[in-house]
Design a protein. Structure first.
Length: 400
């Protein structure tokens, strides 16, 4: 099938951005009717002049109607995806990611040239997530290729992200290839051990994108009283304790996550008497700490995605400002705030403005000492800035 773009709408493709929205396509009713049966199939994208622009997957249900596989006039087949997978594996090898952890991202969607696919490696198990019509169309072939190219025999599928609904796809989870005796997999990160539940945990089981940030904030935790908010299974808490934090309070709304956190503390033989878990709403607990005049040396804010798209940015901005304002009030003079946003609808510039506004309303002076982002195994294509979704700031509150 060939789809022609409206005049002037080919500019993004000429800049090699891989998304084409429905409003950019010159679709007749006849083509639309035939396209409903073509979900995930490969289409040629043509300029208004009729010249070839790109080869893409087609999604009749999504506003992102086409996602580019290649800007070259080449076949999109099994060998095409083998080439992409080999390139992704080679990049991780060159970056020496395995020297830091035996759990890392192997394929990162558009930035690895395979839109809709996320593949994370947890030791000897691959966890695959398919989020688009195109990735669903090629999923079985990709699974076979992953086994051929990595030698890993077990693939677990976590295609349960909400964005699948936008593609007209139902959630799918379970074993895709091989066998899995236990959904909890032990991994090592910077010489620390974590049990990861790939079947029931957030995302594909663990926030692999925060690996380097966990280590860095751990280094800053020595001899400090730490508050870790939205702690999940405690990656930041484990690193803080391992680096000599005086005390750590870990807060999350999930009792199951906190239970796994306590198991991970025991797994690393860390001092449980220096750690406290609190189950509950982070916003409410921060207000209770404020009202009780509690204070901390280091506060970590790593909330869930408040703004999945730009349409949610305004509401998300209020939530980000609220928690950062409370955190600034709870910080001691000279204290450190490590604050993050993984929301695609909030870019780095907006996030910094939100945190600055929170400091202003809290009546404090603060200085950014580091900008943080996702790990190197989550690369960002120069042509796909949306891939830079994780933003982090390390701020120091004035001691005056």
């Amino acid at each position: 099938m060939k789809l022609t773009l409206k005049p002037g709408r080919e500019k993004s493709l000429l800049r090699r951005h891989p998304w084409v929205f429905a409003s950019a396509l010159n679709l007749s009713d006849e083509i639309l009717r035939s396209a409903q049966d073509a979900s995930g199939s490969t289409v040629d994208l043509l300029a208004p002049s009729g010249s070839f622009l790109a080869r893409a997957s087609y999604s009749p249900h999504s506003q992102i109607r086409a996602r580019v596989w290649t800007f070259n006039d080449e076949p999109v087949d099994k060998e095409f995806f083998r080439k992409c997978i080999r390139a992704a594996i080679s990049l991780r090898s060159k970056l020496q990611v395995e020297g830091q952890s035996d759990a890392f991202r192997l394929i990162h969607g558009e930035s690895d040239g395979i839109p809709g696919f996320v593949v994370d490696r947890y030791k000897d198990v691959l966890v695959l997530q398919s989020t688009t019509a195109g990735s669903e169309f090629w999923k079985e072939i990709i699974a076979d290729l992953l086994i051929e190219e990595t030698g890993i025999q077990t693939i677990y599928e976590r295609s349960d992200a909400d964005v699948r609904e936008l593609e007209g796809l139902k959630p799918i989870t379970g074993i895709l290839r091989g066998t899995l005796p236990d959904s909890q997999i032990p991994i090592t990160e910077h010489n620390l051990k974590f049990n990861v539940d790939i079947a029931h945990g957030h995302k594909t089981g663990f926030y692999l994108d925060q690996r380097e940030n966990r280590h860095r904030i751990g280094e800053l935790s020595k001899d400090r009283e730490v508050l870790n908010c939205f702690c999940y299974t405690g990656g930041f808490s484990i690193h803080a304790l391992a680096h000599g934090a005086k005390s750590v309070i870990s807060v999350d709304s999930s009792g199951d996550a906190l239970k796994l956190l306590e198991e991970n503390i025991a797994l690393n033989n860390l001092p449980a008497d220096r750690h406290t878990t609190l189950e509950g709403d982070v916003f409410e607990l921060l207000r209770k700490f404020r009202d009780a005049a509690r204070s901390f040396d280091l506060i970590i804010l790593d909330p869930p995605k408040f703004a999945p798209t730009a349409a949610h940015a305004e509401k998300a901005s209020r939530a980000y400002k609220d928690i950062n304002l409370l955190a600034f009030k709870l910080l001691r003079p000279g204290g450190i705030l490590a604050t993050f946003s993984c929301s695609g609808g909030v870019d780095a510039a907006l996030f910094q403005k939100i945190v600055a506004s929170a400091a202003l309303d809290a009546g404090v002076e603060a200085t950014i000492i580091e900008h943080l982002s996702q790990g190197v195994d989550h690369p960002v294509s120069l042509h796909f800035p949306e891939g830079a979704y994780l933003k982090g700031l390390i701020c120091v509150k004035s001691s005056q």
